[in-house]
Design a protein around this ligand. Structure first.
Ligand code: NDP
Length: 258
């Protein structure tokens, strides 16, 4: 079977699979972070949380670089795809090589299974997005740089990135070095929602879908929402259960809505 046939089949199923995952995750809370701390560890053997993050995220930064730069893979590089790569690495350079070393205290382990599931997702997602951007997409051409979909998509991505970074920064600094446990975060979008880091991430990949105007980009945005909206609802329930004085007007993940 030709690679393009396999690719097309995977790509067509990708957005639909996100909807199924979203429905499942409304009933199953994946046990890492605060949801790995209640009761005995579940989902099999545990590994260090930092190692888990590295296993999941490092390939998401490196695989696109291989697809982009290795001539043997037959990809092409255009001015526009350099910019897509810049956005991608802005996010994944941080998530893979900086974020795992900035986390403080808290839950020290995660199930190996979750790290492997994250790795599998990231390999599939980077393959679908970057094989498209470097090979299967029609050439974007320099005129795409002035297209409203490109310009608005990049803006949405950058706003989402800023929100995600600020929200992660607030969480990381809630704990003094060596402290564990949870506190109520304040400042920025925490005024309106419990999980602005997830909201920012959803905006980022929605912006990426828009500026690349691609089916795999749309699939990635849907998977991000499918993963993070149910998780934000679980975090929100956890905050309310933990803190009787938790701000009542705060929503979970979408300001004023959800
Ligand atoms: P969380 O908000 O659950 O935790 C982030 C960090 O902050 C952890 O170190 C956590 O500690 C700590 N923390 C969280 N809340 C508090 C609190 N109230 N008081 C003190 N410390 C706190 O985020 P995730 O770990 O789920 O995700 C991290 C990043 O990765 C996010 O930016 C997210 O958007 C991104 N991500 C993206 C996904 C995608 O599908 N694209 C999937 C998952 C994450 P502890 O670990 O001890 O709870």
């Amino acid at each position: 079977m030709h690679e393009l046939e396999v690719y097309s089949a995977l790509c067509a199923g990708y957005p639909f699979a996100a909807v199924i995952v979203a429905l499942l995750l409304l009933f199953i809370t994946v046990p890492y972070g605060r949801h790995n701390a209640h009761g005995p560890p579940s989902w099999g053997p545990q590994i260090g949380s930092r190692l888990g993050w590295l296993i999941m995220e490092v390939p998401a930064s490196l695989v696109p670089l291989l697809l982009f730069f290795l001539p043997a893979l037959g990809g092409r590089r255009e001015a526009v795809t350099w910019l897509f790569m810049l956005l991608w690495q802005l996010h994944y350079g941080n998530r893979a090589f900086i974020f795992p070393f900035r986390r403080r205290g808290g839950v020290a382990t995660m199930p190996l299974l979750i790290a492997l599931m994250g790795l599998t997702f990231n390999l599939l997602n980077t393959y679908l997005n970057w094989r498209y951007l470097t090979l299967f997409a029609p050439p974007y051409g320099r005129e795409w740089l002035g297209d409203p979909r490109f310009l608005f998509g990049v803006l949405v991505f950058l706003v989402g990135f800023a929100i995600n970074q600020h929200a992660d920064w607030v969480l990381i600094h809630l704990r003094k070095p060596g402290e564990t446990g949870y506190k109520i975060p304040h400042g920025g979008l925490y005024r309106f929602i419990s999980c602005p880091n997830y909201f920012g991430e959803i905006l980022e990949w929605s912006g990426f879908a828009l500026c690349t105007w691609s089916l795999p980009g749309l699939g990635f945005a849907l998977w991000t929402a499918a993963n993070l909206i149910p998780r934000a609802l679980a975090h929100h329930r956890d905050y309310r259960a933990r803190f009787p004085n938790y701000p009542a007007e705060r929503r979970a993940v979408l300001p004023f809505l959800l």
